[in-house]
Design a protein around this ligand. Structure first.
Ligand SMILES: *Cc1c(COP(=O)(O)O)cnc(C)c1O
Length: 351
């Protein structure tokens, strides 16, 4: 079956007359703005916070376009990736009728967002070594399967998914393949974002929350065909990225050199932990990671979690997650933080 965006999008969305804001209806420069019921006298803050922000975040997208090598019209920005996920559901999934596929263990938000939107979730677990089970995914797909969510590098396992497996899905599946690349900057492998011209059914998600160190600003990115991007723009709240976030993100994007240095240090520290953790008796296995975290199987996960918490160190207990039995997910910290973590773990062992 070939990909047909018109058939995939929900009829109510296809027929939607989007909200037309004052900023949509007048885009030029004027000297007096009396069109948006803003406070003409100003704001308690300096700058232009009395004005509504650019609904399409053009300056920010132009800067991202330079960095990512992706055209502005192939880019959508969300209030975090989480908003991108929600908008994909609202664009393509008819509540109570359509379904999606996820491959657990993976990021929890796909399922939560599906539940919020009353969309059925088909779960096709990853293999024990956290690879895609492509034949099982093919079996699970039916006429109402609108989205397949892939996470690469995957949270919480840390590995990248096999590129060929992803290409098989992109080439054979009639719906949309969403690849969540939140951790791509820490990975050895290249992004799928350069393939959006090749695959009309591909959506690549990235974020400023991880490598860029801007989780508080809430800026998530989607890269896709203009057809998909236009649909997402019709659905989104008009001013979904606030002015302060747009300005601060723009400033941060000028400092790509510093960010790349942080990424190098994080990857270096990840190697230190990969080397040191297995030397501890409580550590049974450290899974290889392309992210800024490690999935670590330990002897007694819940006790170790509590012990670390008692020392003021909080990690993520994933031990009750299928295929992650016995595991903690540990974010790579600063060199000092990692040293304290390693000391605490060897103290636990010694007690
Ligand atoms: C952290 C994370 C995100 C980021 O979400 P934001 O809403 O952009 O902060 C997205 N996907 C995965 C898999 C993550 O782990």
């Amino acid at each position: 079956m070939s990909f047909n965006l018109d058939l995939l999008v929900r009829p109510n969305i296809k027929n939607l007359v989007p909200y037309s804001s004052a900023r949509d209806e007048f885009k030029g420069e004027a000297s007096i703005y009396l069109d948006a019921n803003e406070n003409s006298f100003g704001s308690p803050l300096t700058k232009w916070y009395n004005r509504y922000p650019d609904p399409l975040q053009v300056k920010l997208k132009e800067k991202l376009s330079e960095i990512k090598g992706i055209q502005v019209e192939n880019m959508f920005l969300g209030n975090g990736s989480d908003e991108c996920i929600d908008i994909l559901f609202r664009a393509f999934c008819e509540p109570a009728i359509d379904n999606i596929i996820i491959c657990p263990p993976t990021y929890g938000m796909y399922e939560v967002s599906a539940n919020i939107n009353d969309v059925k979730v088909k779960k096709v677990p990853l293999t024990p070594d956290f690879g895609l089970n492509v034949p099982a995914i093919a079996d699970a797909v039916d006429d109402n399967t609108k989205l397949i969510f892939l996470c690469s590098p995957n949270n919480p396992s840390g590995n990248s998914l096999d590129r060929i497996d992803i290409e098989v899905l992109l080439n054979n599946y009639h719906g949309i393949v969403v690849i969540d690349e939140a951790y791509i900057n820490f990975s050895r492998f290249r992004s799928f974002s350069r393939e959006i011209a090749e695959y009309p059914n591909l959506v690549v998600m990235q974020t400023l929350s991880k490598a860029w160190g801007l989780a508080a600003l809430r800026v998530g990115m989607c890269f896709a065909s203009t057809g998909i991007i236009n649909i997402m723009n019709r659905i989104k709240p008009p001013y979904n990225i606030n002015q302060a976030s747009q300005e601060l993100a723009l400033q941060a994007l000028d400092r790509v050199g510093e960010v790349n240095e942080m990424i190098r240090e994080i990857v270096r520290e990840r190697s230190v932990l990969e080397e040191e953790l297995p030397k501890l008796g409580v550590v049974e296995h450290v899974y290889p990671s392309d992210g800024n975290f490690l999935l670590v199987r330990v002897t007694t996960p819940r006790e170790i979690y509590s012990y670390l918490l008692g020392k003021g160190i909080v990690v993520r207990d994933r031990s009750r997650v299928q295929l992650c039995e016995g595991c903690l997910r540990i974010t790579v910290g600063t060199p000092d933080e990692n040293k304290i973590l390693l000391e605490a773990l060897s103290e636990f062992q010694a007690q």
